[in-house]
Design a binder for this molecule. Structure first.
Ligand code: 3PG
Length: 307
C-alpha cells in the first residue's frame, strides 16, 4: 500500500493533520505521522518505507533520501524549498514540489504584526508612531510580497517593489510603484520587507551597501530567511545608524550582540512562525496531500521544483 508520511518537526495545527489524513486515507493510502522529532534517526526510520513525504522546514538531506528507498515524491508544505537538497532528490528520482501561495497571507499578516508592535513602542505605554503615509519597499513580489502590498494599501502606505523576474504590469495591477534597480528600492523606503528565497544568489545579499541607502528612520522586516542577511553588515548598520530597526521572524546568529547593545531597536520571534496559523497549515497541508494524490493518480507535476 502507498504510504504517505507527514514529518514535521514543527507540527501543523491538529485540524490540518486531520484534513491531510482524510485526503490520504480517502485515496486508499496509508497515513503516517512523525512530529516534534528530537533526533534525525527518528526521521530516517520513519521515512524508510514511505512512498511520499510531506515536510515543512524539515531538512531533506542526501542522508534522508538514501534512507527513503521507496520515496517517489516530497512536498514541502510551504513556499521556500531551500531545506530540500534538490540535486540529491533528482539523483534519487524523487519529485520535489512546494505549495506556493498557500501560507502567504499568514506570513504577510506577521509582517504587519511586527511593524505595528514596533511602531507602537512594543505596547509599552510610550507614545509610538503610525505606519500610514510611510513607504514600504517590497524586496521581491511573489505571493507574500503581493499580499503585503494589498494589506499595506489598506493601511494607507505607499508601496514600492523590486522584482527583476516580473513584468511592469504585475506591479501596476496592484497599484504598486515598480523600481528597476534594487538600490532605488532601499533609497525610497522607510520600511523594507524581504520576500526573497534563500539561494546561492541571495544568501548574505542584504548588506550595508543596500541598507545604508534607506532614509531615516529605517526599519528592515525579514520574514524570508535568516541566511539572506549579511550579519556583519547588519551589525555595522545598527552601529552607524541610530535610527535602524530590525524585525525578524527568527533571530539572527548575532542576536546576543544586538540584544546587548541596541535595546528597543529589534524584535525577533522565538521560533519561525510566519506560517504558524491554523489557516496556513490547512491551506498548505491539504494542498500538499492533494498534490501527492494527483501525482500518483494522474501524474500531475504542476508544482515540481526539481525539473
Ligand atoms: C515557507 O517557506 O513556506 C515559510 O517559511 C514557512 O515555513 P514553515 O512551514 O517551516 O513554517
Amino acid at each position: 500500500m502507498t504510504k504517505v508520511l507527514v514529518a514535521t518537526d514543527k507540527p501543523f495545527a491538529p485540524v490540518a493533520v486531520e484534513g491531510i489524513k482524510k485526503i490520504v486515507q480517502d485515496a486508499g493510502y496509508e497515513f503516517a505521522l512523525l512530529e516534534k522529532y528530537t533526533d534525525v534517526s527518528q526521521f530516517l526510520q520513519a521515512v524508510a518505507d514511505a512512498d511520499a513525504l510531506i515536510v515543512r522546514s524539515d531538512l531533506v538531506t542526501p542522508q534522508v533520501l538514501d534512507a527513503a528507498k521507496k520515496l517517489k515524491i516530497v512536498v514541502r508544505a510551504g513556499a521556500g524549498y531551500d531545506n530540500i537538497d534538490l540535486q540529491a532528490a533528482t539523483a534519487h528520482k524523487v519529485v520535489v514540489m512546494n505549495t506556493p501561495g498557500q501560507n502567504a497571507n499568514a506570513v504577510a499578516e506577521l509582517v504587519f504584526g511586527m511593524m505595528i508592535y514596533h511602531a507602537r513602542a512594543f505596547f509599552s505605554g510610550k507614545s509610538g508612531s503610525e505606519i500610514k503615509g510611510k513607504t514600504i519597499g517590497l524586496h521581491a513580489f511573489g505571493n507574500v510580497g503581493r499580499r503585503v502590498a494589498e494589506i499595506a494599501k489598506g493601511f494607507g502606505m505607499h508601496v514600492v517593489a523590486f522584482d527583476p523576474y516580473l513584468p511592469k504590469e504585475a506591479f501596476a495591477a496592484l497599484g504598486v510603484e515598480a523600481v528597476s534597480n534594487v538600490h532605488d528600492l532601499y533609497a525610497k523606503s522607510n520600511y523594507v520587507s524581504l520576500h526573497i528565497p534563500a539561494n546561492a544568489e541571495t544568501k548574505r545579499s542584504i548588506n550595508f551597501d543596500l541598507l545604508s541607502r534607506m532614509p531615516i528612520p529605517a526599519v528592515l522586516v525579514n520574514t524570508a530567511r535568516e541566511e539572506v542577511i549579511n550579519e556583519e553588515d547588519l551589525l555595522k548598520m545598527f552601529a552607524e545608524r541610530k535610527d535602524f530597526v530590525y524585525l525578524a521572524d527568527v533571530a539572527p546568529a548575532c542576536k546576543a550582540e544586538i540584544e546587548a547593545n541596541y535595546a528597543g531597536r529589534f524584535f525577533f520571534t522565538p521560533k519561525k512562525m510566519g506560517a504558524q496559523t491554523e489557516e496556513a497549515n490547512i491551506n498548505a497541508g491539504l494542498a500538499a496531500a492533494n498534490q501527492i494524490r494527483d501525482f500518483f493518480e494522474k501524474g500531475i507535476t504542476t508544482f515540481q521544483v526539481n525539473k
